[in-house]
Structure formats: structure tokens, C-alpha cells
Design a protein. Structure first.
Length: 158
């Protein structure tokens, strides 16, 4: 077994550990904020500013961001849940307004791609590099082969 093939199992184990860690991280979600101000800030942090686009509504100091923050406060004060408030902005602006993708597939796709890459590497190392069936391993090097290699090396040096 070559050194590369011996590393395939530990590499696969590390890849699996990374995948399990990512899954555990995705499943553990922080507790919901308790106060209306914390809920409003969390909502504003998850919405994209329509003017600057690179900042969240919570970070931006534009008039549009201030208006959205005020509307978030108003909707929460009216008794709407954070999910209802978020959906109202998605309904108005589309999925673009969300800084984090709403679809869980967008979060799992990189992990699945990583796992597929590790599996392909492992398969290539274990199966793809194996000798073809019926191939004989090379035997010991004969003295005439050694002499010929030495003569060719000396000819190249000259």
C-alpha cells in the first residue's frame, strides 16, 4: 500500500468530522431574542439595505434603512411575529432583501460539495490508482538493466 493510499482513510475521517461539525453547527441555533428591541435589531441585521446593498439595515445610516427600521419597530409593536415581519419585506422586495438565504439548500450545498470532493478523492486514491487486474508487479532489477541505466546516465552527463 502506497503512502498516499494510507492517507486516504485519515483524510476521509477528517472530512467526515468536518461534515458532522457543520451539521451540528447548523442544528444549534441561538435562542430567540426576548425584547422587542432585540427582535427588531435581529430583523434589521438580516435585511439588506436597499440603497447601499453591501450593508444590513441595522448597519446602514441611509434614510431608506431608517424607514425600514421604523417599520420593523411598528410591525413588532402591532403584534406581528418576527417571521411575519420578515415575510412582509420579502413580499415587497423579493428574496433579494434577505442577507442570509432562506432556503436550507443554500446552506447545505457547500457541505455536500465538500463531502462529494472528499469521496471522489478517496475513491481515486483507493480504486483509481490500483494496478489493473492481471498486471504483475515489477520484479527485481537485473544487473544488465543497472549497467544500461548507468551507461545512459554517464552519456547524459558528458
Amino acid at each position: 500500500m502506497s503512502p498516499v493510499q494510507r492517507l486516504a482513510v485519515p483524510l476521509a475521517a477528517v472530512g467526515l468530522a468536518v461534515l458532522v461539525g457543520l451539521a451540528a453547527f447548523a442544528l444549534v441555533q441561538p435562542a430567540a431574542p426576548r425584547t422587542a428591541a432585540e427582535q427588531a435589531h435581529q430583523l434589521a441585521a438580516g435585511l439588506r439595505c436597499p440603497d447601499c446593498e453591501a450593508l444590513s439595515v441595522a448597519e446602514s445610516r441611509t434614510a431608506a434603512a431608517a424607514a425600514i427600521r421604523a417599520e420593523i419597530d411598528g410591525q413588532l409593536a402591532a403584534g406581528r411575529t418576527p417571521d411575519e415581519v420578515r415575510q412582509s419585506f420579502v413580499g415587497r422586495y423579493g428574496e433579494w432583501i434577505l442577507l442570509e438565504p432562506a432556503d436550507a439548500l443554500a446552506w447545505w450545498l457547500p457541505a455536500v460539495a465538500l463531502a462529494a470532493g472528499i469521496a471522489a478523492l478517496g475513491a481515486w486514491l483507493l480504486v483509481g490508482r490500483a494496478a489493473p487486474p492481471g498486471a504483475e508487479p515489477p520484479g527485481p532489477v537485473s544487473e544488465s538493466d543497472r549497467r544500461r541505466a548507468r551507461d545512459e546516465a554517464e552519456a547524459l552527463d558528458a
